[in-house]
Design a protein around this ligand. Structure first.
Ligand SMILES: Nc1ncnc2c1ncn2[C@@H]1O[C@H](COP(=O)(O)OP(=O)(O)O)[C@@H](O)[C@H]1O
Ligand SMILES: [Mg+2]
Length: 284
């Protein structure tokens, strides 16, 4: 069962900074939901994610997971970063096993890791040193390590941004599939609009100075998501709109109906009014 998260009116001042980095952030995440945090560099996305992980305490407000205030890290929620942070002198198997070893959960560890390495496509590499792997393969090891402890929540901070486009797309789809199969809640930070639309059930747009949630957009497209479908292209354009970019006009409504039969794609109304009905712009 995925974790239920409640971010209760978080405001954060880093020591020495005049203005708050985060202000009055209020968000809830349902068990099993995947939420994207998107915003320009420096708006406070990583700061907020570190608070969810229990790595940083807010100056005001708190994070609750399953009703309990988060005051320190826990093996029930795992964080993945842009760099996979593996131990370079260890094998793939050993790295993937670390979470279980730290928890003293060695029963069935071998079978469990075998299964996970198969899931992430690394069975052949189990006994190989991680240094000989590509960046994408190393990130898969980190993913296997994160999943091994059966977390209720995955926190991902731009985990695929250092990867090539093909590997990035494959891992986005894989993490989404695995999280859905296992009912894990996911909160991920990205500055990649396509990544947000590909993975999230809901996208939270963050503005800066101070960091606040300025808008939220549900992504009501069935999985697996076809990135060429009209619904997908439309959501990307809507999100782009929040960053002052040119919006792509909606065309070819016929194919959208076949791909994603949502009320919005079925209707012939003009895109700006349909996005208004779906997106909620939060008062600054
Ligand atoms: N440890 C810190 N001490 C002081 N200021 C920090 C610290 N970490 C981040 N900041 C500042 O807080 C703001 C938000 O940073 P961050 O959360 O990393 O943004 P993002 O992940 O959205 O790029 C930035 O202005 C950054 O300089
Ligand atoms: Mg960051």
């Amino acid at each position: 069962m995925g974790a239920a998260i409640s971010i209760d009116y978080i405001t954060h001042h880093y020591p020495g900074q005049e203005a708050p980095t985060l202000k009055d952030i209020q968000v809830t995440v349902a068990p099993g939901e995947t939420v994207a945090l998107i915003g320009q560099s420096g708006c406070g996305k990583s700061t907020l994610l570190h608070m969810l992980a229990g790595l940083l305490l807010p100056s005001e407000g708190c994070v609750r997971i399953n009703g309990h205030q988060v005051i320190k890290p826990s093996p029930r929620w795992n964080m993945m970063f842009q760099k996979p942070s593996l131990y370079p002198w260890m094998t793939v198997r050993k790295n993937a096993s670390l979470g279980l070893i730290f928890q003293g959960r060695k029963t069935d560890m071998r079978e469990r890791i075998d299964q996970l390495l198969e899931t992430v496509g690394l069975s052949e590499k189990a006994e190989v040193n991680v240094q000989s792997l590509s960046g994408g393969q190393q990130q898969r090891v980190a993913l296997a390590r994160s999943l091994a402890t059966d977390p209720e929540l995955l926190l991902l901070d731009e985990p695929f941004s250092a990867l090539d486009a093909f590997t990035r797309v494959a891992l986005q789809d894989e993490v989404t599939r695995l999280a859905r199969e296992r009912g894990i809640s996911v909160v991920f930070v990205t500055h990649d609009i396509e990544e947000a639309v590909a993975m999230a059930d809901r996208v939270l747009v963050m503005g800066s100075n101070p960091g606040t949630i300025t808008a939220e957009l549900p992504i009501d497209i069935a999985h697996p998501r076809d990135r060429n479908s009209q619904a997908f292209v439309d959501r990307k354009a809507e999100l782009m709109g929040y960053f002052g970019a040119t919006r792509t006009p909606a065309t070819d409504k016929g194919s959208a109906e076949a791909e994603a039969p949502t009320p919005d794609t079925e209707s012939e109304q003009d895109e700006s009014s349909s996005s208004e009905s779906r997106a909620r712009v939060r008062a600054a």
